[in-house]
Design a protein around this ligand. Structure first.
Ligand code: ADP
Ligand code: MG
Length: 271
């Protein structure tokens, strides 16, 4: 992929209906890593909690135009994208306003493909983005469905703990439904094991289970449990700014490498 050209960006929805599995952390630190490697990257904060916006340093008073305006008020990417402290990294921030969007979406026609229509618009190409990462809320609501309809692929963070695989069948069912209806080409970009503690035998068992069940869909990169990762957002920084030598930063940079390899060489895995 050439950088900053006017071809369509690759759109990846980061989704798992479970909360606290590392979606937002991955959106922030994968996004920042891609930007640090020179790829113009946009994170769309699709969670009313706005954690991705906070973690990327967008203060509440800077959130003038938000994902809500993009989705429901006819605003464009150019209107709503804000830059971050990291060159090449942009975010469409969200606020609690977005929590009413789900209900409002239900009354719209083509309610599942609003985001797709917006991102497929020619003005998106004018931004010269290489990647768009969508940080989904912890549900399979219409917001998440909009992300999956708009996306080329879904990246699924999986917390290395008991029951992690259980919620996955529901997520896979949703992906299948979306393939059958609005987005036949939706791929699974990869399943990412997060918050891994190698000393914990249960975590090892989850990893082995995931590899057995999902095979190549699981990234080789594993994100370790690392306290620096959890500290970074309270400093409004990505892990790469907060502590570039931490295990967390190194792991997310390794993910960047693997992500780019999958996207450039194999073009993603279609399961
Ligand atoms: P989600 O977006 O899926 O709800 P988050 O990315 O917000 O999950 O992560 C949940 C919590 O776990 C956050 O407080 C985050 O800082 C912390 N966290 C995420 N990944 C790690 C990690 N690898 N090591 C330690 N803490 C982590
Ligand atoms: Mg989140």
């Amino acid at each position: 992929m050439s950088q900053h050209d006017k071809s369509a960006p690759r759109i990846v929805a980061i989704a798992n209906q479970k909360g606290g599995v590392g979606k937002t952390t991955t959106a922030i630190n994968l996004g920042a890593g891609l930007a640090l490697k020179g790829h113009k990257t946009l994170v769309i904060d699709l969670d009313p909690q706005g954690n991705a916006s906070t973690g990327l340093g967008v203060e509440p008073d800077q959130r003038v135009l938000t994902t809500y305006d993009l989705l429901l008020e006819g605003k464009t990417l150019a209107d709503t994208m804000v830059s971050t402290e990291i060159e090449n990294l942009y975010v469409v921030p969200s606020t609690a306003d977005l929590s009413s969007a789900d209900l409002e979406l239900h009354s719209r026609s083509r309610r599942a493909s609003l985001l797709d229509n917006i991102l497929a618009h020619s003005s998106t190409r004018e931004q010269g983005l290489d990647f768009i990462l969508i940080d989904c809320p912890p549900s399979l609501s219409l917001l998440t469905v909009n992300a999956m309809v708009a996306a080329d692929a879904v990246l699924v963070p999986l917390q290395s703990e008991f029951f992690a695989l259980e919620g996955l069948s529901q997520l896979m069912m949703t992906i299948r439904e979306i393939r059958q209806t609005a987005n036949p080409d939706l791929a699974i970009e990869g399943v990412l094991l997060t918050m891994y503690d190698g000393r914990n035998r249960l975590a090892q068992a989850v990893m082995n289970d995931a590899r057995e069940t999902l095979g190549d869909l699981v990234y080789n990169t594993i994100i370790p449990r690392n306290v620096r990762i959890s500290e970074a957002p309270s400093h409004a920084q990505t892990i790469h700014q907060y502590d570039p030598s931490s295990k967390g930063s190194v792991a997310y940079m390794r993910l960047v490498h693997e992500f780019l390899e999958r996207n450039n060489v194999t073009g993603g895995v279609h399961a």
